[in-house]
Design a protein around this ligand. Structure first.
Ligand code: AHG
Ligand code: MN
Ligand code: MN
Length: 357
């Protein structure tokens, strides 16, 4: 690494050195970073410009769109559509992929993003973020929706921004996970957290426990054991956090370890999880794996899940490697029936849960 303050551009020149698409990938990531700076500026205005309320409509998921959801979405599109680097984009806020302007040359990448993650927190001035995933466009023609449906392992870059007390950009191009802090006066992202490593062990978990009665038994088992603390089989006390902004919860996991879960539950049997595979789970899974952590659905490595549709939901369990491996083991023990001793008589009849699966 060069000496002195390492800006994002300098960093990308070093990281992508020798890669045939070095200039193009660096160019796209710099465009994404520019969009993130613009979203950071809009977010930081708070209620001053009256842009933080409900936009008056719902998105493709039936969720209330906030004005800032729509502004962040527009800023991402406007910063990335004209550079000749993307062939198409997809966003949480659009049912179908977004084409590029007809007079712009098609680029080699597909960009998928969640423009504003945690937007239900905006009105409370709690940290929110942006999540992005860069895929290779598989051919030279205009992309079809099917071209986007690539497993997370095929991402060429992924990351997120967090708009907290400081704005940070955390990204990976498959060579570790690195964090940059926005120097607002100068307008540069500066490398402040090179080669982030998630501790393999941890005593902190993040899950929305109001859904506990809908969880599968392996997740109930894990959380019950954490809550039993020093008096239970884990032999130590655990701490719990839930911000309800995935980026903020994940950022904490990257900084000090822990496990984040939005597992499969039976609250709405039509939905196999809350979070979306292509622009929430896959990019965060790559960031986490590249930082030495693990990411699973409970039954499959998240990066190996092949999407069947753009807005597909997926169970998410990720963070400190040993904890994630333990939770995956609990799922396997439940599936093969060797977990029985851990459950009270109420849970012994596994058909109760099977019936709803
Ligand atoms: P989004 O704001 O992009 O729709 O995502 C919100 C997600 C995620 O950020 C968070 O972890 C989760 O929803 C919170 O869910 P609960 O409301 O169940 O806590
Ligand atoms: Mn989100
Ligand atoms: Mn969102």
């Amino acid at each position: 690494m060069r000496s002195g303050r390492t800006t994002l551009s300098k960093f990308l020149i070093d990281q992508l050195h020798g890669q045939t698409d070095q200039g193009q990938l660096a160019g796209l990531l710099v465009d994404i970073a520019a969009a993130i700076k613009a979203i950071a500026a809009a977010t930081a205005k708070g209620a001053l410009e009256g842009g933080h309320g409900y936009a008056g409509g719902d998105n493709v998921h039936g969720e209330r769109q906030m004005q800032l959801d729509l502004l962040a979405d527009t800023l991402m599109i406007e910063h990335c559509e004209w550079g000749g680097l993307v062939a198409g984009m997809a966003s949480e806020e659009h049912a179908q992929p977004i084409g590029i302007p007809p007079d712009v040359q098609r680029g080699p990448y597909l960009l998928v993003f969640d423009p504003l993650d945690g937007s239900s927190n905006v009105a409370m001035n709690v940290a929110v973020g942006t999540i992005f995933s860069v895929l290779r466009h598989p051919h030279a023609d205009a992309p079809t929706p099917a071209d986007f449906l690539q497993p997370g392992a095929q991402q060429v870059a992924a990351g997120y921004a967090i708009y907290g007390p400081a704005t940070m950009l955390v990204l990976t191009v498959g060579k570790g996970t690195h964090g940059f802090t926005l120097d607002r006066e100068v307008g540069n992202f500066v490398l402040t957290h090179p080669d982030i490593r998630i501790p393999e062990d941890s005593s902190e978990f993040a899950i929305n426990t109001s859904n506990e009665r809908f969880w599968e038994p392996p997740v109930q088992r894990y959380v019950a054991e954490c809550k039993a603390g020093a008096s239970g089989i884990r032999g130590r006390d655990f701490n719990m956090r839930w911000i309800a902004s995935m980026v903020a919860d994940i950022h904490r996991v990257l900084m000090r370890g822990g496990v984040f879960m939005y597992p499969r539950d039976y609250k709405d049997p039509g939905k196999p999880g809350r979070l979306r595979l292509m622009y929430e789970a896959s990019p965060i899974a790559l960031v986490v794996e590249q930082a030495g952590g693990a990411a699973t659905t409970g039954r499959q490595r998240l990066l190996d899940v092949r999407p069947e549709s753009l807005h597909q939901r997926v169970p998410v369990i990720l963070g400190s490697r040993h904890e994630v491996e333990r939770i995956a083991r609990y799922h396997a023990e439940y599936d093969n029936g060797t977990d029985k001793p851990y459950f009270s008589p109420l849970f012994r009849d596994r058909s109760l849960y099977r019936a709803q699966a």
